[in-house]
Design a protein around this ligand. Sequence first.
Ligand SMILES: *Cc1c(COP(=O)(O)O)cnc(C)c1O
Length: 394
Amino acid sequence: MSKTIDKFNEHVMMTYGRLDIVLDNGEGRTATAEDGKEYIDFGSGIGTNSLGYCDSEWADAVCAQARSIQHTSNYYYTKVQAEFAEKLCTATGYSKVFFGNSGAEANECAIKLARKYSFDKYGKDAGRNIIITLVNSFHGRTIATLSATGQEVFHNYFFPFVPGFVNVEANNTEDLKAKLAENKGKVCAVMFEFVQGEGGVCPLTKEFVDAIFEECAKDDILTIADEVQTGVGRTGAVLTSKLFGVKPNITTLAKGLAGGVPVGACLADEKCCDVLTKSTHGSTFGGNPLACAGGKVVLSKVSDPEFMAEVNRKAEYFRKKLAEIDEVEGVDGMGLMLGIRLKSKKAADILGECAEKGLLILTAKDKLRFLPPLTITYEEIDKGMEILKEILDK
Ligand SMILES: *Cc1c(COP(=O)(O)O)cnc(C)c1O
């Protein structure tokens, strides 16, 4: 095994099941390992490298920022954070943003914001602090976001978890209504992913999404869309909420937002954008200039209708190619966030076999998952699909 891997395993906590690949550099949609082997990328570092590896405009912007000013803390203002915030609010239609550094941090902000909204308006004694989340959801790895995550497998070891989360079955309007009735007057928000990513690329139905908004409107309950994975062009629009024709009070973003630099954003509408006041929330690195510089480039691409039209054409092609594989039972997801159910093979085995043949993919539950860079080309899709088909249909 490589020296790098030995060194790694001696000094880095073993919290991940890694493939025996040491990635050294990348260009476009191809990553190159330490041993010179090349890989086509259908995973984008879990949907973060939205413009592929080292896109020249993005790299120039981040490098220029590093040579100008790399960090200031939030004792001060920076021009690049102001510009990024303006671009982000314009592109998404939200009033204000709080910047953190990850999806979990963006969701922590949303949880705090929702609870304080009800605290401010109804008082502490009202106890309006329950947040409804969905079964099979994923919201992050901090204690609060793990508590929010509606999957029992995550609720172990780290007791006690944060109270105040009630789970509703996704796409089950009766269950939603029942849980809201059971907790009447105690619920401050409903939080959901439009397409459950880690849960297995499972989209919500339009009917269920509409029911969430209808029910929440009746009782001044905030809606929180966790678009950490679905946002920033991934599903074919800047925000997936636009495709569903709704406007959540809060939307969280992270993964693809800055093209591979750590970032998290919690966006709030006019109803709740002034709830978090001085000293009630913060983050040392939040709004870091390198992240803002990278994010500006990503936003300028995904706000361009021509760029997004091309993403949607490629997504359709990608989906069609997946459906043509005999072993594929069905294709789920939206845009370039896709999952496939397999007829007889095990997703985990396929992941390793694809890597051996030079294709990087992901899994989610028992599905293979694909989050290719938004800039992937038809030729690269063809090349990757050839490898995938050869492995699945052999
Ligand atoms: C990845 C993910 C998170 C957590 O993001 P981190 O950056 O790993 O903290 C939260 N919600 C969803 C929907 C995600 O896909």
